[in-house]
Design a protein around this ligand. Structure first.
Ligand code: CP3
Length: 349
């Protein structure tokens, strides 16, 4: 394979020969190659061992033919050196045994020396770059301050984010102190990934859709903007992603990012208007469409591409991560279809 710059060009709104495609959570349990490694090692062990993490990062590149690799890590990793006792409990998802809920607990969070505390992740970035040898670009990532705060306050996954939002409403000063600290760690972490060789960065604000635009503007936007503003100096494009964000898209675009992620609840063309024509967009197939019969899956892929209309600055992706039981052959079929069909959409416009 020759050098593939489709993804990076699309991030910058440049025309490309075919629409680039990758998948959030493209490395993971739906892949037999991943399950084989996972049978021998915990998630945290894989993340801590650069050779394993690099191998898992490369699996979907080899199997699927995607236009970008995403670093194998987890958004919760930087919380460990901040002082949190993180475990991925079988069947439960992440658990933080010492959640942060008071001003004193926020004050006790430790600053992080990236090159020391997250040295193994940065080593994975270097190793993956060497092994990819320019075939496709590597995306680094981190959780956004709000989404990380939710895990850290709730102590795990949550449906209503009751404790996090209660802290926000009851004690805004402590909330903002916490988000300032998280913003600093996240910006340092992403900048370190870029220095280590990540060629694009994605900021995951996965749960931000639980907020109204008013609350987003007051409690989240300044902190996400602080992160995204600092990343401008890295010179690599940044993707700003959230879900359930239909009413938040203009504000997320204001906060920053070269590319704005769209979930499947908004038609892509409508979402792009909300974000503004000066930005690129990424999305937005429903992850459950990958379970549909092939003709229905194809129809849905084509609809996303038709809504993008061949305009420069579209990166094909799901609206959220691949689900664990997804059939691999359907994921492969989507890559092929995006590459074939997007040529035609370009010729027609
Ligand atoms: O995209 C990739 O292929 C790279 C790897 C990656 C992982 N986590 C590995 C992982 C990425 C990009 C993430 C991001 C992440 N982690 C997010 C943001 C994306 C999103 O889905 O909204 C979030 C919210 C997390 C936190 C997290 N990690 C949860 C809630 C869980 C448990 C639920 C689940 O999917 O199992 C994890 C575990 C996790 N992180 C797994 C993987 C491959 C599955 C665990 C396993 O292998 O046992």
């Amino acid at each position: 394979m020759g050098l593939n710059d489709r993804f990076l060009n699309a991030c910058c709104g440049q025309p490309v020969d075919r629409t680039p495609v990758w998948f959030m959570r493209q490395a993971g349990r739906y892949m037999p190659e991943y399950r084989a490694i996972r049978a021998q090692h915990s998630l945290l062990e894989i993340c801590a061992q650069p050779d394993l993490a690099a191998e898992v990062t490369l699996q979907p590149v080899r199997t699927l033919g995607v236009d970008a690799a995403i670093l194998f890590a987890d958004i919760l990793l930087p919380l460990i050196p901040m002082g949190l006792d993180l475990e991925f409990a079988a069947g439960e998802g992440p658990v933080i045994h010492n959640p942060v809920r008071t001003a004193a607990e926020v004050a006790a969070l430790r600053p992080v020396q990236m090159e020391q505390s997250l040295a193994n992740v940065l080593e994975t970035v270097r190793l993956v770059r060497r092994e990819l040898d320019g075939q496709v670009p590597l995306i680094g990532f981190a959780g956004a301050p709000f989404t990380l705060a939710c895990y850290l306050i709730e102590g795990g996954s949550s449906r209503n984010f009751l404790r996090a939002k209660r802290l926000m409403y009851a004690d805004p000063a402590t909330w903002h102190t916490l988000l300032d600290k998280l913003a600093l760690v996240v910006a340092d972490y992403l900048a370190a990934q870029a220095r280590a060789g990540a060629q694009a960065l994605q900021l995951f604000d996965s749960w931000v859709g639980t907020l109204s635009p008013e609350d987003y503007e007051e409690y989240v936007l300044p902190h996400s903007r602080a992160v995204l503003g600092r990343l401008a100096a890295t010179g690599v494009p940044v993707i700003h992603f959230g879900t359930d964000t239909a009413t938040l898209l203009p504000l997320m675009a204001q906060a920053g990012g070269d590319v704005i992620g769209l979930d499947w609840r908004t038609p892509l063309d409508w979402g792009w208007e909300q974000v503004g024509a000066d930005r690129a967009v990424q999305g937005n197939l429903d992850p459950v469409a990958l379970f549909a019969p092939r003709p229905e899956l194809e129809r849905r892929v084509q609809r996303v591409l038709d809504q993008a209309g061949g305009r420069p600055g579209h990166i094909f992706n799901l609206g959220h991560g691949i689900l664990p039981e997804t059939p691999v052959e359907n994921v492969k079929a989507v890559v092929e279809l995006v590459h074939e069909y997007s040529v035609g959409v370009r010729e027609a416009t």
